[in-house]
Design a protein around this ligand. Structure first.
Ligand SMILES: Nc1nc2c(ncn2[C@@H]2O[C@H](COP(=O)(O)OP(=O)(O)OP(=O)(O)O)[C@@H](O)[C@H]2O)c(=O)[nH]1
Ligand SMILES: [Zn+2]
Length: 390
């Protein structure tokens, strides 16, 4: 989780709103280009790199990449995925320039094909391997390339080739700074603003209001659902409840039995309505612990093949939990509730919020009975994510 990662940009000198908006726009546009199969140019102190997502790149995109390449293209994969493709363990750091985040594989001409590239990226796809890939040194911009694919909610697998700094204008591809990509989540959290709010009586909480927050990144809005009068309670010395809920289309809307999100969502609202201090539920646009719905469906396929929820994420090239709770902390401050009792079993949420300046006065367990389908999922959260029981 990024909470435990490098120092967030909020703790460094914050960028001006104008610089932040320009950085967010450049990254958001570049992520959209990757999603439509077009290469982009990543620029950094290490030079420049043309990059296209292996999952979406078309024959035309590969031709554009070849036209701007100063050296043969290679495929960047997360180490776990590279080990699966090579069918052997991938030791870290045994090649000069290899980063923890990515392994580079040489791409002979028979592998430079959209269908083959998709199969190399996707552990749920049919395996197409006309030639054995060979490991080479990863470029210095590899971590930024992987981060951009993750922001685009694509599989973290990219075809890349070194290019000249001038390639962007010559090829008419979008250029983006590696530093802007890497600091994007923190920059976005720093630009959150309230955009709309309304009273929305709920079945389990007649006194409820929804406040929508939007960042300057053009992304999906996050919602704060205020139950009762938590701001008043806090002003009177009672600490309100809070729940950080990452969106789950399958569990929240469809009643999927694979997870516990539906009961946790409804249960949190009900619990807050019963509490004299009320509460605030943050509904965050962080589907699938931040990997997106499409990748969560792929993770489910892998879980049906025997992996647990943590190893399925890693097999896709993602971390176990890709969320960042700066957004949650900013929203709590914005609604005037920087002091909470958190409904959770997840120790990372307690530590994450505290690290972002929220005073967590206590924790209340938020557990619901297994349903016969999600038993393994709940057991994995306790065993491998260190979830607190009761
Ligand atoms: N990647 C992935 N995400 C999942 C899976 N099952 C549920 N999710 C996502 O997990 C998120 C819900 O997690 P949370 O409700 O925050 O739960 P938690 O981190 O276990 O912590 P608490 O419930 O607070 O104890 C949602 O975004 C779901 O879409 C899965 O198997 N794989
Ligand atoms: Zn769920």
């Amino acid at each position: 989780m990024s909470i435990a990662g490098p120092i967030p940009s909020q703790l460094r000198e914050p960028p001006s709103q104008d610089t932040a908006a320009r950085a967010l726009r450049a990254v958001h546009r570049a992520a959209s280009e990757l999603r439509r199969g077009t290469p982009v140019l990543l620029r950094g102190a290490e030079g420049a790199l043309l990059a296209a997502a292996a999952e979406t790149v078309s024959a035309r995109g590969l031709a554009e990449l070849a036209a701007g390449a100063m050296a043969p293209a290679c495929l960047l994969l997360a180490p776990v995925r590279a080990a699966a493709v090579l069918q052997r363990p991938v030791p870290q750091g045994d090649l000069r320039g290899q980063s923890q985040e990515a392994v580079a594989l040489r791409l002979p001409p028979s592998l430079l094909d959209p269908a083959v590239l998709r199969s190399l990226a996707d552990p749920t796809a049919e395996r197409l391997l006309p030639a054995e890939p060979e490991r080479v040194s990863a470029p210095g911009l590899a971590p930024a390339a992987i981060a951009l694919a993750k922001l685009a909610k694509l599989l973290p697998a990219l075809v890349v080739a070194p290019a000249s700094d001038a390639a962007a204008s010559r090829l008419d591809v979008l250029a983006v700074g590696a530093e802007q990509v890497l600091s994007y989540p923190d920059t976005a959290a720093g630009t959150l603003g309230r955009v709309a709010e309304a009273r929305v009586p709920l079945e389990d909480a007649p006194e409820a209001r929804i406040v929508a927050f939007r960042a300057a990144d053009g992304g999906i809005e996050h919602l704060a659902i205020l139950v009762g009068r938590p701001e008043t309670a806090l002003a009177e010395g009672r600490v309100p409840l809070a729940r950080i809920h990452s969106e789950c289309f399958t569990g929240d809307l469809l009643g999927s039995l694979r997870c516990d999100c539906g009961p946790q969502l409804r249960g949190a609202i009900k619990r807050m309505a019963e509490d004299p201090a009320g509460g605030v539920l943050l509904y965050l646009a962080q589907e699938g612990r931040g990997i997106g719905l499409v990748n969560k469906l792929r993770a489910y396929t892998l879980q049906d093949q025997g992996l647990d929820t943590l190893d399925a994420n890693r097999a896709l090239g993602y971390g176990a939990d890709e969320r960042n709770f700066w957004v949650a902390a900013e929203m709590l401050r914005a609604v005037g509730i920087p002091h909470v009792r958190l409904l959770t079993n997840n120790p990372d949420k307690l530590a994450g919020l505290a690290a972002c300046g929220i005073e967590v006065a206590g924790r209340e367990a938020h557990q619901f009975a297994a349903n016969g389908v999600n038993d393994e999922y709940l057991a994995t959260k306790a065993k491998r994510f260190g979830h607190l029981l009761a």
